[in-house]
Design a protein around this ligand. Structure first.
Ligand code: NAD
Length: 260
């Protein structure tokens, strides 16, 4: 897919962090960007800055997502690209692999449900409504009609203590990538998923400097946390490269290779 002014894109969670970085990177290429987010103030501000459209959307609601797509499509036409970044982090942020948080025995079902409802069901809802529109488009080069990029987390593969709900929600996004990609490939729609590691975004705000430094020192190379730019670089590559489909790609500074 050639990213230029002929392409419309939707970025959920585009008011902040990884989504904001991706919305800005797409707009810099001339792509017409619609931001879907709950955060009206920040979402409007980012959309205004990049010449895009803001749609106040709650990804947990069918009607809200449908209204968002209606607004985005009336402004820019049917999107060719959807990047799913909306999500929440729940659970204790700990650098210890051994610290028992008591999360399992004193379980909090309301928090578990909220995490899965936003991170997993919200991603599937947006993906599904977007794909339904993409398959109606004329094919471009290589027969491609559109591309969808989801955001899981390395917690889908190696979640730590305190992250059962978050890991389950992201594990669902990871696991649905293949069936969804298989389903949509005959219609020319690609689906890939990014598994970020520890990224420096507002989601991490509130974490004290000592914890940040400890996390950065766990990254084998480069010795820093990931950034929205790192994410946007990969998201744009996945959008542009028609030969990548059904992949789940870690973006984590090789944290798995860290000596334990
Ligand atoms: P962020 O908090 O900076 O941005 C998330 C955005 O999603 C916010 O603007 C928020 O308003 C929006 N959002 C939340 N719930 C929503 C809802 N119901 N409907 C619509 N919008 C909603 O977070 P981020 O760090 O940029 O995270 C982006 C994605 O990356 C999330 O899915 C997160 O789980 C994932 N991720 C982040 C990290 C990290 O270290 N930051 C690591 C792995 C995965």
């Amino acid at each position: 897919m050639k990213l230029d002014g002929s392409i419309a894109a939707v970025v959920t969670g585009g008011a902040s962090g990884l989504g904001e970085g991706t919305a800005r990177a797409l707009a810099a290429k001339g792509v017409k960007v619609a931001i879907f987010d709950l955060n009206e103030e920040k979402g409007e501000a980012v959309a205004n800055e990049i010449g895009g459209v803001f749609c106040k959307v709650d990804v947990t609601s069918d009607d809200s997502v449908a209204a968002g797509f209606a607004k985005a499509r009336s402004a820019h036409g049917q999107e060719r690209l959807t990047v799913n970044c909306a999500g929440i982090a729940t659970g204790q942020k700990t650098v210890s692999r051994k610290k028992d948080t008591g999360e399992i025995r004193a379980h909090d079902m309301a928090q578990f449900e909220r995490t899965v409802t936003i991170n997993l069901f919200g991603t599937f809802r947006v993906l599904s409504q977007s794909a339904a529109g993409m398959v109606t488009l004329d094919p471009m080069e290589d027969g491609e009609r559109g591309a969808i990029i989801n955001t899981a987390s390395v917690a889908a593969q190696d979640g730590q203590i305190g992250q059962a709900a978050y890991s389950a929600s992201k594990g669902g996004v990871y696991a649905m990538t293949l069936p969804v990609a298989r389903d949509l490939m005959n219609d020319g729609v690609r689906v890939n998923t990014i598994l970020p590691g520890i990224m420096w975004t507002p989601m991490m705000a509130g974490m004290d400097q000592k914890v940040q430094d400890a996390l950065a020192s766990m990254i084998p190379f480069p010795k820093r946390l990931g950034t929205p730019k790192d994410y946007a670089n990969l998201a744009l590559h996945l959008a542009e490269n028609t030969y990548i489909n059904g992949e789940c790609i870690r973006l984590d500074g090789a944290i798995r290779l860290a000596p334990r």
